[in-house]
Design a protein around this ligand. Structure first.
Ligand code: RIB
Ligand code: NA
Length: 303
């Protein structure tokens, strides 16, 4: 397998569970607190690495701050066999996500810190790394201009791009011309195409636009017809990072030459397994774990 490169955010998730949300001016006692590695970029890199058989087949590009969180997050990437020699350490705070788990759902406040200071101005080795990649994976937690520049570079060099436009932000649809796959959820879809019904949007971008619909499954248009690949119901412990697991697994399946619908089915199993453990990276499965799932299809022939 040629290399996959993820360019994106690396953050520390500060997770509080509570049975109540405080009113303005109110103090309450919560249930628990944990600090776990997160950031959509890093999460997707970890998801890819867990499903890869070769060591360091995934490279991370991004930035952390010159602080303890930054050091811990780099160590976590290394422990997950991710090549991160070119992750920058810059004079900013490391990005954090303050996550409140309440009523089986999460509410997230992000402080981007170093993630929003990423610039390609000083890049040389980084462009080389991208050039050697087979697939580049992008999300919306680094500046839009950086994503666009990378997507254009990839297009010019015939490198595939998977773009997960999460979290939602008001952007133009210019990125769509330079990427091979784009994976919004329903909410992000509406931000991208405020005037297009889901079916019309999917029809316009067959086999490229993949919309994740949570428990309703994953929608795409295969060139002939509109399709929904069903989700697998799970008793969810923590849905944080389910989308990242989906994208990481999809990236691996595509790079192993699975056909798009089969790649989605594979990624659905991965995200189904991921929500059953705490933390964005907590339940991300290995290939062995996916192979042990009843929905795994032998014909995929993945090793
Ligand atoms: O997708 C989940 C991630 O989004 C979390 O790990 C958190 O860092 C937020 O950015
Ligand atoms: Na999880």
């Amino acid at each position: 397998m040629k290399k996959i490169t993820v360019v994106g955010s690396i953050s520390m998730d500060l997770v509080t569970s509570t049975k109540k949300i405080p009113e303005a001016g109110e103090t309450i006692v919560g249930q628990s607190f944990s600090m776990v590695p997160g950031g959509k970029g890093a999460n997707q890199a970890v998801a890819i690495s867990r499903l890869s058989t070769e060591k360091t087949s995934v490279t991370m590009l991004g930035a952390v701050g010159d602080d303890t969180f930054g050091k811990e997050l780099i160590l976590n990437l290394k422990n997950n066999q991710i090549f991160c020699d070119n992750v920058g350490t810059i004079p900013q705070i490391t990005g954090i996500a303050q996550i409140t788990i309440y009523d089986n759902d999460n509410r997230i406040i992000i402080i981007p810190g170093a993630n929003s200071a990423i610039t390609t101005e000083t890049w040389t080795q980084e462009w080389e790394t991208i050039k050697e990649s087979e697939l580049v994976v992008l999300q919306n937690e680094i500046p839009h201009e950086v994503n666009l520049q990378i997507a254009k570079f990839c297009k010019a060099n015939t490198i595939k791009v998977l773009y997960n436009p999460a979290p939602a932000r008001k952007t133009d649809t210019e990125m769509l011309d330079f990427v091979d796959y784009i994976t919004p959820n329903e909410h992000e879809y509406k931000d991208l195409f405020p005037d297009l019904s889901l079916e019309d949007g999917l029809k316009k971008y067959p086999n490229k636009l993949i919309v994740t619909l949570g428990i309703k499954g994953v929608a795409l248009h295969d060139g002939t017809q509109f399709q929904v690949i069903p989700a697998i119901p799970a008793k969810a412990i923590d849905t944080t990072g389910a989308g990242d697991t989906f994208n990481g697994a999809f990236a691996v399946a595509i790079s192993k030459k699975l056909e798009i619908k089969e790649a989605i089915k594979f990624a659905v199993i991965a995200s189904h397994l991921s929500v059953q453990k705490f933390g964005a990276q907590g339940g991300m499965p290995t290939l062995k774990e996916i192979k042990g799932h009843e929905n795994y299809e032998k014909k995929w022939n993945l090793e």
